[in-house]
Ligand binder design. Structure first.
Ligand code: HEM
Length: 424
């Protein structure tokens, strides 16, 4: 099911007019959100933030909506663990492929394992490594925009915002061109399994995807080892497989799951960042005019897009000791949902938070998280976005929406599933 949004109605909500939703904050249930939340979560989150900022969900977890509380959790990994075994065992079943993946991947591990795994792929995200990608990103963007120019219009998610990040992350890892669609389907199935509520079909698809993805990567690693001349020395897969080969630093499972995680993390989020950026700019033509008048605004524009429509709306932690958030004491073992989308619009941190303003500075949003797990790919994502937006709005000054955008009804990932645009 997809929600067809009326963009005018959404503009009203996002500007905070007539936006007070009709729900009882004390009874809010993140696993069963009120009708309307998935269309436009922000008015609901604003009410929660003022009336129940450390809200106890009916399932005993907590929903955090204040910037300061979420910052406190991110900053204290000794109290707030990222290990999700206790949550994922009942959700996926211990031993299930999805359980194995989501409990082994770097984002759901604590130090010292986290430190060891993260160190192994940091080399891929240095300033120097990313500079080498700039030309490739620009060439890819030019190619998609040539198609847009030829056709006079396009469904932009499929034709542009999906294609760019997957090409880039597959280049980075060393996944051959012909296999990239496989990655997309597996990634979608595996990430969908992180949504709070799952159907049996989604669970099956996620488990199958992990098994197939691991087999695929094992084959690719075997091939790389048999044909070392084909590999680029900077490919993440090859470098990490060498680290695994020396046995001590990375087990085979850690290697496979780190690669799966990176291939997943590296594209769906970036796809949504690009789609939301184009959508928000087209809904705010005054901001396009500002960018055209001052191309130096591209970096703050990217930050504002990330703040305004966080591609990942929720992060999670579990306490290993008693902790206090505001005036609420949480027992050891408490699970918290950190609603990044709410923190990003907290008026205690951002003036006029429901206003989309590409000149906003400072803009310390949490869309890439904070602390030891801060997104490893944040500089790459920012680079992709800056090149994509700059080239698109430069080349098509009369770009417009052909139809209202479609927003998929997902809780954790804010996804644009279709965005039809025309160039004149
Ligand atoms: C707009 C695009 C992106 C967004 C919004 C995003 C968001 C995030 C967030 C919120 C986290 C932290 C999760 C937590 O603390 O629980 C994270 C972690 C991570 N991201 Fe991203 N990400 C994006 C793009 C990328 C890209 C392009 C890559 C790699 C190619 C990547 C790789 C990672 C990795 C490896 C981690 C785990 C870091 C760790 O646990 O130490 N991300 N991302």
């Amino acid at each position: 099911m997809e929600i067809q949004l009326d963009t005018r109605a959404r503009s009203r909500c996002n500007l905070g007019m007539d936006a007070t939703p009709n729900f009882e904050p004390a009874e809010f249930d993140l696993l069963n959100v009120p009708a309307g939340y998935l269309d436009d979560p922000y008015p609901y989150l604003a009410t929660l933030r003022t009336q129940a900022p450390v809200h106890r969900n009916p399932d005993g977890t907590y929903v955090l909506t204040r910037y300061a509380d979420i910052a406190q959790v991110y900053r204290d990994p000794a109290v707030w663990s990222s290990d999700k075994k206790a949550d994922f065992a009942p959700k996926f079943g211990p031993g299930a492929p999805l359980y194995e993946h989501h409990t082994t991947s770097v984002v759901f591990t604590d130090p010292p394992d986290h430190t060891r795994i993260r160190k192994l792929f940091q080399f891929a995200f240095t300033r120097r490594a990313l500079a080498a990608f700039e030309e490739r990103i620009a060439a890819l963007v030019d190619g998609y925009l040539d198609q847009l120019a030829d056709q006079g219009g396009m469904e932009l998610v499929e034709g542009f915002s999906f294609k760019l990040p997957i090409e880039v992350v597959c280049d980075m890892l060393g996944v051959p061109g012909q296999d990239r669609m496989l990655i997309r389907d597996w990634a979608l199935a595996i990430l969908t399994a992180l949504e709070p509520k799952l159907t049996p079909a989604q669970l099956d698809a996620g488990n199958r995807a992990v098994v197939e993805f691991k087999d695929y990567l094992r084959g690719l690693i075997r091939h790389r080892r048999a044909h070392p001349n084909e590999a680029q020395p900077t490919e993440v897969l090859t470098v990490m497989a060498d680290a695994e080969a020396d046995g001590e630093r990375l087990s085979e499972l850690e290697l496979l799951h780190a690669c799966i995680f990176m291939l997943n993390a590296g594209h769906e989020t970036s796809t949504n960042m690009i789609s939301h950026g184009v959508h928000e700019m087209l809904r705010h033509p005054d901001q396009i005019a500002r960018l055209r008048a001052d191309p130096g605004l591209i970096e703050p524009m990217v930050e504002e897009v990330l703040r305004y429509q966080a591609p990942i709306q929720i992060n999670n932690r579990r306490s290993v000791a008693e902790a206090r958030l505001g005036d609420v004491t949480l027992k050891a073992g408490s699970s918290v949902h950190m609603i990044v989308a709410a923190a990003n619009r907290d008026p205690a941190q951002f003036a006029q938070p429901d206003r989309f303003d590409i000149t906003r500075r400072p803009n310390r949003h949490f869309s890439f998280g904070l602390g030891i797990h801060i997104c490893a790919g944040n500089a790459l994502a920012r680079l992709e976005a800056a090149i994509a937006f700059q080239k698109l709005f430069d080349r098509f000054p009369r770009l417009s929406l052909e139809a209202p955008a479609k927003i998929a009804p997902r809780l954790r990932f804010r996804e644009v599933s279709a965005l039809h645009v025309r160039t004149a």
